[in-house]
Design a protein around this ligand. Structure first.
Ligand code: FPP
Length: 234
């Protein structure tokens, strides 16, 4: 799917270490991370970003200590309650992608409400991934191929099915730039298909310290790269 602006995806890593370095509980890092989310969402449209996908909770994150999972879901609740008015005002459409069947009922309701309230936004499509697994999406799309056709689908159809397996109500363009904060250099089951030709930027900055300026720097680095999509230069 073509669009005029950039699709930037971010693996927001380092909240826990940021807090530990300050002698605080990990949940404090997640809270500070939610402030970074606000900063980045505000800065994105000015940098030519039209789709922003943030990895907030992977399907493997259920294995974290229950208290940490609870703290994260409290933050998601607060975000879903408080932010939609502001998001709608600034033309941001919010979608939550990922599995819905394991989310608490009240969170599911808040998601539906937030998505409805921001549905008219056209400056930025903000996709927040909660209980997301790219591998599970691939398995689900493969199962659907077998059910529906018995023959291999096209790339376009398969991409749509991948999205639908993770509740993306509309197909998103492939990722142009993937940023991971926190110093690790891996994809951690995030948008594996959609990142086929993404440029990757890794930074040691912990997510709570990630600023609009650093987002601009990453976009600048992306713009300086030559994207060949498997072809030769020139
Ligand atoms: C990874 O850092 C971060 C997460 C698993 C949670 C991401 C959540 C937020 C940024 C806050 C809330 C988000 C929204 C949308 C309101 P980590 O805990 O793995 O850090 P570590 O690697 O230092 O332990």
């Amino acid at each position: 799917m073509k669009q005029s602006g950039l699709h930037v995806a971010i693996i927001m890593d380092g909240n826990g270490r940021w807090a530990t370095q300050r002698g605080r509980p990990r949940a404090v890092g997640h809270r500070a991370g939610a402030d970074s989310v606000r900063r980045v969402v505000e800065a994105a449209p000015g940098l030519g970003i039209t789709t922003l996908t943030l990895y907030a909770f992977s399907s493997d994150n259920w294995a974290r200590p229950p208290l940490e999972v609870q703290a994260l879901f409290q933050l998601f609740r607060r975000y879903l309650k408080r932010e939609p008015a502001e998001l709608a005002q600034s033309g941001v459409r919010l979608s939550i992608i990922g599995r819905r069947d394991r989310l608490p009922d009240d969170v599911r309701r808040l998601i539906a409400l937030a998505e409805r309230r921001t549905a008219a936004g056209s400056r930025l499509h903000l996709r927040v991934a909660i209980d997301y697994s790219a591998r599970d999406a691939i398995v689900a799309a493969a199962a659907r191929a077998r059910r529906e056709r018995g023959t291999a689908p096209t790339r376009e159809v398969f991409a749509r099915w991948l999205g639908e397996a993770m509740n993306c109500t509309e197909p998103a363009p492939d990722v142009d730039l993937l940023i991971r904060t926190g110093g690790e250099q891996r994809l951690s089951d995030f948008l594996l298909w959609e990142c086929a030709y993404a440029e990757l930027v890794f930074t040691r900055t912990m997510w709570p310290d990630f600023s609009a300026a650093e987002l601009a720097e990453a976009v600048g680095e992306f713009q300086g790269r030559e994207r060949r999509f498997g072809r030769v230069a020139g």
